[in-house]
Design a protein around this ligand. Structure first.
Ligand code: UN1
Length: 517
């Protein structure tokens, strides 16, 4: 695979090794343990990355803390200027980064490049934001007093990301946190370490060219139980932003809460789309295909449940089955391919487990359901995109299986559809297809979708960076990326200034009138 990063001296493959720890310098200990990066496309070795040791971690967090003391003093628009240059540099490497994501994660190339675009977009957003970290003023109840709030940098921010968006989700956190004046300690997924190394090397170029202090951007690589544990317990990290499973999120939430730290959690999704009887079938078909099959069903925003009005059930299902059967599964670098592999053997096992449960619970597999093992598929982790006619009592529809399995659930009334829609523990993204304003507004109203994202006439995935991204219930409640998500990366300070000659107390309290001063 021809991927061009001038900073990597060696080509990927058997001989490629790289330090996994960056704290201004790439650090590698005497006898390091290595993590292998395996391509899900054919199981081949892309390269090895050294695992961060506890000593290296301590050194890194120390540097992140020291760098914070300097970084926080740089005016926000100047920090924005550094991020602007990073955005330009990401553009230079868009093709290479996109290819590396495809190679290491397995999403098709347009999605790999799309993910880099998401990183570029959030960098651009953060540049503008660096001049808009605004606070409000309000009127004091006391004469000659001014009351206002301002936002200050928070400290080193821990960013824990998942394999499915090895670059973009880091970007949402990192670009915003950087303009907010925070330094970063990034722990990427152990399944996609090289995408992380490449992104950090691009950022390193810009930081060095601008003679920024070491420790503004840091990378640590290791498992959740080693490095993740050190980060979540570390009082030097006031905020941990974590993306991943509900199980991981519950552990992170508890551990960080024990030291009264803050978290931003972006956990599981089990996203539903309601197709009303006046659905524009052509639009819905396109949206459902991208939303359910795109990224091989491994987005947290993937469409997993499709609630279809009985009046269009047969027609829409037939069309969907036909479309599913025409989907090309295979090498994600091939132009014709719409669906690449799952991330690893364990993901295939989870798929098989879900299929067994579907069968046990009386779901009808309309198409798909099998693991692809022969020929070109033999060495990678490929499965068929799967459509299931389901019923509401099935327990498998309540869980997030990170695979391309879509459950169809028929309904008769809007009320029934909304109850069905909300009857899962997760609450990330949701959508309705309709031309009826009353139905759309009901879905978007307080008794409608209970998710953090609710769309009309588009799918659940592929959110733009301009909005706040995140969800309710077991999704964790965090918000990242655009809108005012930046506030979570700063500390709010309420200030009252007395510019008068007297000392009036709030709430009209008279105190000390009986004593002599
Ligand atoms: C994720 O799957 O964790 O909305 C993030 C989307 C993408 C990001 C998904 N912009 O599908």
């Amino acid at each position: 695979m021809d991927i061009h990063f001038p900073m990597f001296e060696k080509p990927f493959g058997e001989g490629f090794t790289h330090p996994g720890t960056f704290n201004g310098q790439w650090v590698i200990g005497g006898k390091p343990d290595y993590l292998e990066s395996i391509s899900p496309i054919d199981g081949s070795l892309i390269g090895r990355v050294s695992l961060t040791t506890e000593i290296e971690y301590e050194e890194t967090i120390h540097k992140a803390r020291e760098a914070f003391l300097a970084w926080r003093k740089i005016p926000a628009p100047k920090r924005g200027e550094i991020v602007r240059q990073m955005g330009l540099r990401f553009r230079d490497y868009k093709e290479s980064l996109g290819k590396l994501i495809t190679l290491e994660m397995g999403k098709i190339l347009p999605e790999g490049e799309g993910e880099v675009q998401e990183l570029i977009d959030i960098a651009d957003f953060a540049v503008g934001l660096s001049r808009q970290l605004y606070g409000m003023t309000t009127h004091s109840e006391r004469p000659h007093h001014r009351l206002y709030e301002q936002w200050h940098p928070l400290g080193p921010v821990g960013i824990i990301t998942a394999f499915n968006f090895p670059v973009a989700v880091f970007g949402w956190n990192a670009m915003i946190a950087l303009v907010c004046g925070d330094t970063l300690i990034w722990k990427p997924s152990s399944k996609t370490p090289l995408s992380a190394v490449a992104v950090v090397r691009v950022m390193e170029e810009v930081l060095k060219e601008n003679e920024m202090p070491e420790g503004v951007v840091n990378l640590v690589i290791g498992s959740g139980s080693t490095i993740g544990e050190l980060m979540t317990r570390d009082p030097e990290i006031p905020l941990i932003s974590a993306t991943g499973s509900v199980r991981m999120g519950k552990y992170v939430a508890k551990t960080v809460a024990e030291r009264l730290g803050r978290t931003i959690l972006e956990l599981g999704g089990n996203n539903g789309v309601i197709l009303m009887e006046d659905t524009d079938m052509e639009l819905a078909l396109q949206a459902v295909l991208f939303g359910a099959v795109g990224t091989a069903g491994q987005r947290c925003t993937t469409i997993r449940r499709l609630m279809v009005h009985e009046a269009i059930l047969e027609n829409f299902t037939d069309r969907l089955v036909r479309a599913y059967k025409s989907i090309q599964v295979g090498d994600p670098f091939e132009k014709r391919t719409l669906m690449g592999p799952l991330i690893d053997a364990d993901a295939v096992r989870q798929f098989e487990k879900a299929i067994a449960q579907i069968e046990k619970e009386g779901g009808k597999i309309l198409t798909g359901g099998k693991v692809l093992k022969s020929g070109d598929y033999a060495k990678g982790f490929y499965v068929e995109p799967t459509l299931v006619m389901a019923h509401p009592d099935m327990s498998v529809i309540k869980q997030e299986t990170f695979a391309p399995i879509l459950y169809i659930l028929p309904f008769k009334t809007l009320e029934e559809a909304i109850v069905l829609h909300n009857a899962v523990p997760q609450g990330l993204s949701s959508a309705m297809f309709t031309k009826n304003l009353l139905h759309a507004e009901t879905f978007l109203g307080p008794e409608g979708s209970d998710c953090g994202i609710a769309n009309i006439n588009i799918g659940t995935s592929g959110a733009e960076i301009g909005g706040a991204f995140g969800g309710e219930k077991e999704t964790g409640g965090g918000r990242e990326a655009g809108s005012d998500a930046w506030k979570a990366y700063m500390r709010r300070q309420t200030c009252t200034i007395n510019w008068g000659q007297d000392m009036p107390l709030a709430q009209g309290i008279q105190f000390g009138s009986g004593c002599t001063t």
